[in-house]
Design a protein around this ligand. Sequence first.
Ligand SMILES: *[C@@H]1O[C@H](CO)[C@@H](O)[C@H](O)[C@H]1NC(C)=O
Ligand SMILES: [Zn+2]
Length: 383
Amino acid sequence: MLKLKHRPPNIMQRPRQMQILLLLLAQLLTIVFCDTNPGPEQKGKDEGPSHEHWGYTDQNWSKNFRECEGKSQSPINIEISKTVFQKNLPKISLEGYSLPETSSLNLINNGHTVKLSLPDTMTISSGLPHKYVAAQLHFHWGSKKSQGSEHKVDGTQYAAEMHVVHYAAKYGNMKNATTEPDGLAVLAVLFQVGPTDNKNYNLIFDKLQDISEEGVEVSIPGFDVNSLMPHRLDRFFQYSGSLTTPPCLQIVTWTVFNETVQLSEAQLHKLITSIKTDHDILDSNFRSDQPLNGRNVFSSFSAMLPSSRMGDKGHPAESGGDEQSVDGNHVTLGDTLAIIFGILFGCTALAFIIYLLQQKKRQRLSTESGKKVIYKPATTMEA
Ligand SMILES: *[C@@H]1O[C@H](CO)[C@@H](O)[C@H](O)[C@H]1NC(C)=O
Ligand SMILES: [Zn+2]
């Protein structure tokens, strides 16, 4: 971005130039720090919203959780004709999903959903820019069979939705991952009503009565978690979004499978009628769909519609997470932009001053020492 020819070899030994440089550096730091100081838009964020009460009846969560009104929220309505087909998206590969029967998993009613904890031996090994480690899966449902999913496809809401939440292996654990824009990857499975019980879900659904009260948990033996997933792991939509629950952190790479999984009406009924929150039946726990705000939704398969655009852009950089109760101590988009612009401005100013100094020096050299200096203008400073 900045290339200076005839760089003086001993600039650091010249006290005056040193002084000016230091001054500039201080200025740059000032700019950066000023921008990161809490501005008016950050007020309220420090009020520690992480453990406040929230529910699904009033979804105006942004009062207590500022990021819930961010520009990259989840869920969304996926309009297939507007998705960007990405030929080289690898299929999702799941490793370690087949758990030994000897292991045991914790199933809990946390007052917002039914959550099954998953061991860190389960991973997504391909289909995302890097490796992700499983943490838990949970469900979203609705009081009517025709509604319950969080994501919609072409305006259709499905009966229910399962989220398998993973954190990026490189961040070591869930807590660290929640401060990173690419911290989480969530696999979303949409459910439709089918004629028979889906026996693969029996281990979970047979326990729902036992965890009716909020806060109650049970153990279930390990099983093949692959059996909960659709068969076609190569057909999916992918986009960058957020947790669909407070604090709505915008750190999730969402993968929504195109193939749905079937549950019987009786199974759905169990979900809708078993789980209580604060002694009331939690008959509905889906968030309404959020504005796309110009985000790209990628598809791994061609929907074979003429309006489908061919995309050659990279992966979505980040995606939405889900239902992790994490403390919302993180940098917002506004902070990030402020820092970037601060640094850019500082660098440009610095570069300009250096350029001026050099010019001055060259002039001095040519006049003072009488030496012949071939002056070439420093190559352009394109930011
Ligand atoms: C799956 O893709 C087909 C198009 O190939 C579309 O008609 C259908 O609505 C999609 N379903 C989901 C759940 O994505
Ligand atoms: Zn969820």
